[in-house]
Design a protein around this ligand. Structure first.
Ligand code: TYD
Length: 143
């Protein structure tokens, strides 16, 4: 499966009417896991790169509820870039993919839904370690 299939762009139910917008995201439905944690990132700007890690366990859905940002996802071979610029769109990210979030607009509020409670030990924050764990380390051992 390629990265576009592994990381589908999701469309959330938009129940807006003349009173304004209403976007609904239900765990186990629009999001393919039960949501255990929600966090959001704001106050970053176009010079900041966040993320820069892979997770051994956690699945995530990212959506910009305001403003825009980009997420680059790689498996060490291919990479895709998704622009999050609508509150009714998100991207699903399964475990063991490396991600960077960047190019935040000044009004960006990036909402992250996670399948796990926070556990720092399931984060891989070193890219070489990530490549090693997925069996793509570049070290050639002759023999
Ligand atoms: P970090 O993982 O660097 O944020 P991001 O990768 O999304 O840019 O997290 C910053 C700090 O916050 C770090 O010390 C870990 C802590 N943290 C929690 O305690 N709980 C959480 O759910 C998250 C996402 C981070």
């Amino acid at each position: 499966m390629d990265l576009k299939e592994l990381c589908p762009v999701l469309r959330f139910a938009d129940l807006g009417d003349e009173r304004g917008k209403l976007v609904v995201i239900e765990g186990g439905e629009a999001v393919p896991f039960e949501i255990k944690r929600v966090f959001y990132i704001y106050g970053s700007d176009a010079t900041v790169v966040r993320g820069q890690h892979a997770n051994r366990e956690s699945q995530f859905v990212l959506t910009n509820v305001a403003g825009k940002s980009k997420v680059r996802i790689t498996d060490g071979t291919e990479d895709i870039i998704i622009e999050l610029d609508k509150p009714m769109m998100g991207v699903y990210i399964p475990p063991m993919l490396w991600k960077d979030m960047y190019d935040f607009s000044s009004d960006s509020v990036l909402l992250v839904l996670a399948s796990t409670h926070y556990d720092g030990s399931e984060y891989i924050r070193d890219y070489d370690e990530y490549l090693k764990e997925i069996g793509k380390n570049m070290t050639y051992i002759s023999g």
